[in-house]
Design a protein around this ligand. Structure first.
Ligand SMILES: *Cc1c(COP(=O)(O)O)cnc(C)c1O
Length: 355
């Protein structure tokens, strides 16, 4: 399938990335492709970034049949690169399947992504911790108020230059263990990157913010006992020299994070036991009491690694590693950032060039 390029002369002035935070500015172009049952996915094209026109009866607005992903592009010298692009595009289809959205042709989606990044390469910021955030997403486009799986869809990729996630340097966050609200349950949509999971998490996040916590840590929706993940991050614990983390393979209500996989692969390479298994909040608290809970951190594309300084559970605050960034957490962050920036050899083959 040929990817058409609709050029514009009307280019934007690029912002000072250090001042714009996350997801506020968008580049000049976007990738677009449509689906209907007759033609399948068709007309892949790169067009000027523009508003969409939707019917007020658009089924996504009413029933939320949509999925998304998030990944990042960097520059190695003057070459635009994407971190684990193929894995992210494969996950687009994992999410699509859960929402009954027809899978996108992987080769076309990946080629479209790479072409878009190449065209927009001057938008990739190169400061420390900065990147070009990539947001692929698919949503239903039937205009119909009945509840059913849509016949038509749109796939888009938009790009946003983003500053370092930690405006004031890499710093630990405060997390509230959520024992009232739940995000996703077994048999639900937790394994998909879909807006519904975020809708389910907004109120708990707001309550946590009001209490001065940065995010919530979700427990399983059935027993409120086993640890699942943080809103947009997976969670890892370093206990007695081992990295222990909930498993997206065993717990189908958590997202199979690609940063999570990256951390586990690197830890194993470093000879540190990295174990994916069920872990209860009681076990974490017990490790804390016994003094074996060494470090806690989150993993996700947006922040990459997020050290946890405080966990709150049932009204009590547990200060991890004296509230300071753990040694392993820091080393992991520096290593992954080094691969992103092209300063550390990419021995795992995570970097894909956009040409
Ligand atoms: C995106 C996301 C993550 C992190 O996944 P990455 O692939 O590492 O970015 C974790 N949990 C949820 C719910 C997410 O949506």
């Amino acid at each position: 399938m040929e990817i058409k390029f609709v050029e514009t002369k009307n280019l934007k002035t690029k912002p000072d990335v250090s001042k714009i935070g996350f997801g506020t500015h968008f580049t000049d172009y976007m990738f677009e492709m449509d689906y209907n049952p007759e033609e399948g996915w068709h007309e892949p094209r790169i067009v000027p970034y523009q508003d969409l026109q939707l019917s007020p009866a658009n089924t996504t607005l009413h029933y939320g049949q949509a999925i998304f992903d998030g990944l990042k592009a960097y520059k190695h010298g003057d070459k635009p690169v994407i971190f684990r692009a193929s894995d992210h595009m494969r996950r687009v289809n994992v999410s699509a399947k859960i929402l009954d959205i027809p899978e996108v042709p992987f080769d076309v989606a990946l080629a479209g992504l790479k072409k878009l990044i190449y065209i927009e390469r001057d938008w990739i910021p190169t400061g420390k911790g900065q990147s070009l955030y990539i947001r692929p997403f698919i949503f239903a486009t039937d205009d119909y108020l009945g509840v059913k799986v849509s016949k038509q869809y749109k796939f888009l990729i938009i790009l946003s230059p983003v500053a370092a996630y930690y405006a004031h340097g890499f710093a630990p966050v405060k997390i509230m263990v959520e024992d009232k609200y739940v995000r996703a349950v077994r048999g639900g949509l937790g394994a998909a990157k879909t807006p519904a999971n975020y809708a389910a998490s907004l109120h708990a996040g707001l309550v946590a913010h009001e209490k001065n916590y940065d995010q919530v840590l979700w427990l399983d929706g059935v027993e409120r006992k086993y640890i699942e993940e943080v809103g947009s991050m997976n969670i890892l614990f370093k206990i007695n020299g081992e990295v222990i983390t909930p498993s997206p393979k065993l717990q189908t209500s958590i997202l199979d994070g690609i940063t999570h996989r990256t951390v586990l692969e690197i830890a194993k390479d470093w000879g540190i036991p990295a174990i994916e298994r069920k872990i209860s909040i009681d076990e974490v608290i017990q490790a804390y009491e016994e003094g074996t809970l060494e470090e806690v951190f989150g993993s996700g594309t947006a922040a990459v690694i997020s050290p946890v300084g405080v966990l709150e559970y049932k009204g009590k605050e547990y200060v991890i590693n004296g509230g300071k960034i753990g040694e392993f957490t820091q080393k992991m962050y520096d290593y992954i950032e080094g691969i992103h920036m092209g300063e550390i050899e990419d021995k795992f083959g995570y970097i894909e060039f956009a040409e």
